[in-house]
Ligand binder design. Structure first.
Ligand SMILES: Nc1ncnc2c1ncn2[C@@H]1O[C@H](COP(=O)(O)OP(=O)(O)OP(=O)(O)O)[C@@H](O)[C@H]1O
Ligand SMILES: [Mg+2]
Length: 225
């Protein structure tokens, strides 16, 4: 199937701080197909995280449009965008953003718990399954402050995957991991991609991860090169 699940058309994003404006994304378009794995590489400050935030509906572009499942996404109101994100997207932030007061299991379960009519027992089972898949069953009741950097990253991955998203957007998902754990995370991602026909858009400095993608995009100063 050649369905486009996520599309960006002529995105521009700038940040204005008093008198100075920084044009971070200058003119970017992108199509991600169902089941496709795309990696984005580029030097620090080139705009990769900013692009991911725009694609994930966490920030609005100044110009251009984002479509999720063929529907306009960027122009939706906050609540509807939040709903669409919860239904269809899994997001792994560059710096985790786990909730410090909650356990690993609760953090993973959170996106499902936020859904209307959530069945607590089923949610718990699903979160436990993901926790096991990222190799952290023995850390179920630990809070993020009691986990190592790599363990926090794996919890963040499990949280992004718990809803079985159509598209996963991940910013350096293996950045803090040793080779062996990074490989097991790639394997998990690729299994889940096959299992659910999930698309993945991954920002990475890891050449091995980048090369295993269907397509590699290179970003520099807010444009593809
Ligand atoms: N909220 C903001 N306000 C002002 N400038 C910003 C903001 N967010 C990002 N920038 C600027 O945009 C540029 C791109 O940032 P971004 O985080 O997208 O880079 P990146 O490619 O993800 O880099 P890295 O590989 O280091 O994570 C940087 O120069 C940064 O200073
Ligand atoms: Mg970044």
């Amino acid at each position: 199937m050649n369905n486009v699940v996520l599309e960006a058309k002529n995105i521009q994003k700038s940040f204005t701080d008093g008198k100075t404006t920084v044009n971070v994304i200058r003119d970017l378009s992108l199509q991600v197909m169902q089941g496709e794995f795309v990696s984005i590489v580029g030097s620090s400050g080139s705009g990769k995280s900013t692009l991911l935030h725009v694609l994930g509906g966490l920030e609005r572009p100044n110009e251009g449009m984002v479509f999720l499942n063929g529907q306009r996404f960027d122009s939706l109101g906050e609540a509807e965008r939040g709903f669409q994100r919860n239904e269809h997207l899994g997001f792994v932030y560059q710096f985790h953003h786990l909730l410090p007061e909650f356990t690993a299991l609760e953090n993973i379960a959170m996106p499902l718990m936020l859904r209307k009519g959530a069945d607590f027992k089923k949610v718990k089972e699903r979160a436990e399954y993901l926790l096991e898949r990222v190799g952290l069953s023995h850390r179920m009741t630990h809070q993020p402050g009691e986990l190592s950097g790599g363990e926090r990253q794996r919890v963040a991955l499990a949280r992004a995957l718990v809803t079985q998203p159509k598209v996963m957007l991940a910013d350096e998902p293996t950045g803090n991991l040793d080779r062996k754990t990074a490989i097991s995370i790639f394997e998990l991602l690729s299994d889940l991609r096959n299992e659910f026909n999930m698309s993945m858009l991954i920002v990475t400095h890891d050449e091995q991860l980048a090369k295993s993608a269907n397509r590699i995009l290179h970003m520099q100063d807010g444009v593809w090169v």
